[in-house]
Design a binder for this molecule. Structure first.
Ligand code: PNS
Length: 356
């Protein structure tokens, strides 16, 4: 492990062998800071490195101009490596190490009135620590309005942020995902920032859906295309993860204003979690109206702060539906033109696989 850039560039860092947690791989670290660099200015920032380990992420931030850093790490061996790394890089005077569990450290920092411009969050995988720590960050009130939070997570544990909004979509590096969030007070303060959720089964996403997503971007600042699934009665052809991937790949040209995600449970609860006040639905023929009207009314009954926004499908896609696309493709009909190339390839492969 080495410092990648900045004043301590090239400095070799100690890791702590035998630790249960994994150190951030250099290529992931490089990716994190290149993503961050295109969205935020690290110069002068005060950062918080949680589950710091031997401190690679916080040290990289200091090397690239952060003014000060607080490192939270409860493991003894990791604390030793971290302190040695700080001294070796000449950053010990700009740093503070809290040898505490993250929950206790956040309570203490909250009591002390600390406010951070950025947070580096890299918890052990598979223990629900991403969601729990984001909750704690919020209740300890230690993030400044508009602060960024880099979350390094397992690709299956994408953060569904409460009180935060997506600054970037999740980026993938093998099994590791990197998502950057922004403390959403800033978004709420800026009256024009509107986040919409476009929910659906998307099994798979069709060109009709994609057309709605792209047009929706003319109206809202960020659109979260959210695959709804029910693990107990989902009869979909594609898994939720496959559906999310197809959405992401089909909209790869659009950038970070589109986020692809999945959720189970109630749509209005999901909207609350991601800070969205609008649900977008597409309307095709009159026959869609009845069930859409019912859903909109039910959602309003459940949460009157969430509005439903209907968008008429373009004439070209009036008859396009995922169910028909699957049926036609399954019977050997040509559906290219009704779905993106990515979806077309995956659909044919899936149907072939089903036949075997
Ligand atoms: O693409 P679809 O199948 O028409 O989408 C329907 C969807 C996913 C939007 C709807 O079933 C939904 O919102 N499901 C989440 C669970 C929920 O909130 N149910 C109550 C809705 S009134």
């Amino acid at each position: 492990m080495r410092v990648v850039a900045g004043s301590a560039k090239g400095r070799r860092l100690k890791s702590c062998p035998g630790r249960a947690t994994r150190p951030t791989a250099d290529r992931v670290k490089e990716a994190i800071f290149s993503i961050l660099g295109s969205h935020v200015d690290l110069g002068g920032a005060v950062v918080l490195d949680l589950f710091a380990g031997s401190g690679a992420l916080g040290i990289e931030a200091l090397s690239r101009g952060a003014r000060a850093a607080v490192f939270v790490e409860e493991g003894r061996a990791a604390q030793r490596a971290l302190r040695e790394n700080l001294v070796a890089c000449g950053f010990d005077r700009r740093s503070r190490v809290l040898p505490l569990p993250v929950a206790a450290a956040l309570r203490r920092l909250g009591r002390e009135g600390e406010r951070f411009d950025g947070v580096l969050l890299d918890p052990p995988y598979g223990q629900g620590l991403v969601a729990a720590t984001l909750d704690r960050l919020r209740s300890a009130a230690v993030v400044a309005p508009g602060a960024w939070v880099v979350v390094e997570h397992h690709v299956d544990e994408s953060p569904a942020p409460t009180g935060f909004a997506y600054l970037t979509r999740p980026h993938r590096y093998g099994k590791t995902g990197v998502t950057v969030l922004r403390a959403s007070e800033e978004l709420h303060d800026r009256a024009m920032q509107r986040i919409a959720v476009y929910p659906g089964s998307f099994d798979p996403i069709t060109n009709g859906h994609l057309d709605i997503v792209r047009r929706t971007l003319n109206v809202f600042d960020q659109v979260i295309v959210a695959v709804a699934y029910n693990p107990h009665k989902d009869t979909a052809l594609f898994s939720p993860a496959e559906r999310v991937e197809m959405i992401r790949e089909s909209l790869a040209d659009v950038g970070d204003r589109i986020i692809a995600d999945s959720f189970e449970g109630l749509l209005v609860h999901y909207c609350e979690r991601v800070g969205a006040s609008v649900v977008v639905r597409g309307l095709r023929a009159v026959s869609d109206f009845e069930s859409e009207f019912q859903m909109a009314m039910m959602n309003r009954h459940l949460n009157a702060r969430v509005e439903t926004f209907f968008m008429m499908a373009s004439e070209t896609y009036f008859y396009t539906a995922s169910r028909l696309v699957k049926e036609v493709a399954g019977l050997g009909g040509d559906v290219s033109g009704l779905v993106s190339e990515v979806v077309h390839g995956r659909l044919l492969a899936k149907l072939q696989q089903r036949k075997r």
